[in-house]
Design a protein around this ligand. Structure first.
Ligand code: UDP
Length: 387
């Protein structure tokens, strides 16, 4: 099957990392088209996935854009739509992985006659998107997509609540290569030594630095933990959140935590770093559409605490495979950290349960088969490949 994947981002967020795993089995006959250049292109190339950057400058529509700003970007969109439409004729289907990709893909689908799949990685709620953006996404998907793949029940529900068609929407969780999450004890020790954290209880936070990802909550919770608890913040501002990064550094200084919080920036060795942590904290203050980092921590065998909202609730069963806390509640997070510190055996059992169940639930081969099944059933039966 020849698939033309589309993604608006040049940077590797969760949706983009997920796309790498989906596109890989189709790489001999498919291509990824990007609306911006950046490190995501390099990652695709490293995975031998054909990729083309389709624009010379990134499209300027932000999540919170209103109608006027959205229309203002049409001048940039038209040449892109023409290019995507022309390219689409050489493929069996268009697979839009982000919202701007959906809009461009929808128009290209209309003109090329190629069916459209939309992979929904977002919760289309007012806390994440402007009403204009939600409306455009729902109308484009309802009118043009044969299949919407939602990354969680939470994302599916929000899509339907925003007016999306339930009958074209299926939930498929992100898939992970389980063997990539195994790290040797020697490697873990080396890493802890390198970070000068051998004898510390390390709480890791793995996410782009953005206010709703809640790194500030973890920093505050650290003030309520003993001195041997330290935090590593892994990730960088991906979408212009530099002010937040500055405020985090300021917060660390104001709380006198310079020796206990390390900013490691964006890293490509997530499984190793997670394996070296004693606890992974997910602290999103708004509903998380899926929460890849939660599953990754489980696969590494590291205990995980997540905020009880959105997709995270479908991944974590409190007390069985992890911990759940109320979003934004510093005190609750501190209690979990302190419990984990005091009861290492209990939390090791929990992490072990999580590792076993996550390896079965999120195995990338099984997940990719699910996607292929839905494409065959819901798309190709009514739009058989022309080649
Ligand atoms: N990640 C990474 N390097 C970093 C920080 C994060 O590769 O320095 C990865 C992380 O392992 C996860 C993804 O970025 O796979 C984030 O996905 P998630 O669903 O947690 O959040 P999103 O970015 O989609 O909001």
């Amino acid at each position: 099957m020849k698939i033309f994947f589309l993604d608006q981002s040049g940077k590797p967020g969760g949706a983009e990392l997920c796309l790498i795993d989906i596109a890989k089995p189709y790489r001999s006959s498919s291509k990824v088209g990007l609306f911006a250049d950046g490190t995501f292109r390099i990652l695709l190339e490293q995975n031998d996935i054909p990729v083309e950057v389709l624009t010379t400058s990134a499209i300027q529509v932000r999540k919170e854009s209103g109608l006027l700003q959205g229309l203002g970007s049409l001048g940039q969109l038209i040449p892109l739509i023409v290019k995507v439409t022309k390219t689409a004729f050489h493929y069996d289907l268009i697979y839009a992985n982000t919202q701007k990709a959906l809009v461009v893909g929808a128009i290209a689908s209309f003109f090329s006659g190629r069916p459209l799949v939309y992979h929904l990685h977002d919760i289309l709620s007012p806390e994440h998107f402007s009403s204009t953006n939600r409306r455009i996404a729902v109308i484009s998907a309802n009118r043009f997509a044969s299949l919407v793949i939602a990354n969680s029940q939470a994302s599916k529900l929000a899509f339907i609540e925003a007016g999306g068609r339930a009958e074209i929407t299926e939930v498929v969780y992100n898939g992970f290569d389980v063997k990539n999450h195994q790290t040797s004890e020697l490697d873990i020790q080396g890493l802890r030594q390198g970070l000068k954290l051998e004898d510390k209880f390390i709480v890791g936070h793995f996410s782009r630095l953005a206010p709703w990802k809640g790194q500030h909550i973890l920093i505050e919770a650290l003030t309520k933990c003993p001195k041997n608890v330290e935090v590593i913040l892994v990730g960088d501002a991906l979408f212009g959140e530099e002010d937040y990064v500055e405020s985090l550094h300021k917060q660390v200084v104001e709380l006198g935590l310079e020796d206990r919080v390390k900013f490691l920036g964006f890293r490509s060795d997530i499984p190793r770093l997670m394996s070296a942590c004693d606890l992974v904290a997910h602290t999103s203050t708004a509903a998380e559409p899926f929460g890849r980092v939660i599953v990754e921590a489980m696969l590494c065998g590291t205990p995980v605490v997540a905020t009880a909202s959105g997709g995270a609730m479908e991944l974590v069963e409190a007390g069985v495979n992890g911990f759940l806390v109320t979003p934004g509640k510093v005190e609750e997070l501190a209690i979990v950290i302190n419990t984990c510190l005091k009861e290492p055996e209990n939390i090791a059992n929990l992490a072990n349960n999580a590792q076993i169940s996550a390896s079965q639930r999120f195995d990338v081969t099984a997940i990719n088969q699910q996607i292929s099944l839905y494409i065959n059933e819901k798309v190709l039966k009514s739009h058989p490949p022309t080649s």
